[in-house]
Design a protein around this ligand. Structure first.
Ligand SMILES: NC(=O)c1ccc[n+]([C@@H]2O[C@H](COP(=O)([O-])OP(=O)(O)OC[C@H]3O[C@@H](n4cnc5c(N)ncnc54)[C@H](O)[C@@H]3O)[C@@H](O)[C@H]2O)c1
Length: 256
């Protein structure tokens, strides 16, 4: 499986490159794209416009910046290439474009490529449904280079909880006067040092507190998930796929 790696010079790009070099799950690097000079042993184009041919490429993996997504979607659709979109921080307009592109190509989109987080989401939903009156808060912690807050994963957690508690809505970065409203899920973002990624869902009923926590110890976790997603995606038809559909393919949405 030959990978076009968009954002190869970044932290995550280099992790994916390492796994490709070791042949993880049959992956190999076709070439990378990144405007920053890459200190890597690979063919790297400064932009998608400079790519000469995609012959032999089986899938694109993207760990870059959300502003790149519209051009990347056009490129993937034009070249009929499956796309694993791991970048986070998309605007609503960009998300709309992602959904539209998934009508034409197999597209995997997840704010968190970790299997453990997929499990955390299911556990949080179960706990939220089991305690319909409980107060729920989310704390997420990441390194100080992260540009978006709250994290895509914290939003995924809040959205999943809202599926079983539709009266709730997310309140990101609570501040000011007034008591906690009953219908909110507070999301709190901490940015510090080199924290890879922590997400904790706290469920309080008044008589007990349940705490569900996932900690990523290194970034290889997300790179492994991205390559597993690419391997899964190359045998899928057009549609929007995510961790849940990878674990249970029947659940892919808008798949043709
Ligand atoms: N879904 C997940 O599980 C997951 C996990 C980790 C990081 N991320 C997300 O992935 C993205 C990248 O994370 P990172 O830590 O590697 O960031 P990073 O800043 O280290 O790397 C981003 C790379 O993208 C490159 N880039 C910028 N513009 C580009 C363009 N036009 N074309 C190609 N490359 C371009 C940059 O030069 C840089 O090398 C972020 O959005 C981050 O939040 C997602």
């Amino acid at each position: 499986m030959n990978i076009l790696l968009n954002g190869i010079s970044g932290y995550m790009g280099r992790e994916v490159k390492k796994l490709c070099d070791s042949g993880y799950r049959g992956a190999a690097l076709a070439f990378g794209v990144d405007p920053c000079p890459a200190d890597v042993d690979a063919v790297v184009y400064p932009s998608l416009d400079d790519v000469v041919t995609v012959e032999g490429v089986d899938c694109i993996i993207d760990f870059s910046h959300h502003s790149v997504t519209p051009a990347l979607l056009d490129f993937a659709v034009e070249n009929r290439l499956p796309l694993v979109l791991c970048t986070t921080g998309h605007t609503e307009d960009e998300i709309e474009l992602i959904h539209r592109a998934a009508d034409s190509i197999p597209l995997f989109y997840s704010g968190n490529m970790s299997l453990g987080v997929a499990l955390l989401i299911e556990l949080a939903k179960t706990a939220a449904a089991a305690f319909p009156e409980a107060e729920i808060e989310i704390i997420e912690k990441h390194h100080d280079r992260k540009v978006d807050a709250p994290s895509g994963t914290a939003l995924m957690l809040a959205n999943a909880i809202c599926e079983v508690r539709p009266e709730l809505h997310a309140n990101c970065g609570r501040s000011g006067q007034g008591k906690r409203a009953n219908d909110e899920i507070g999301i709190h973002s901490i940015r510090m040092g080199n924290i890879v990624g922590e997400h904790e869902v706290i469920i309080g009923t008044g008589s007990q507190t349940i705490s569900l926590k996932h900690e990523a110890h290194n970034r290889a976790l997300f790179a492994e998930g991205a390559i597993a997603a690419a391997a899964y995606l190359t045998s899928q038809s057009a549609g929007l796929h995510d961790m849940k559909s990878m674990l249970s393919p029947a659940k892919a949405i808008s798949a043709k």
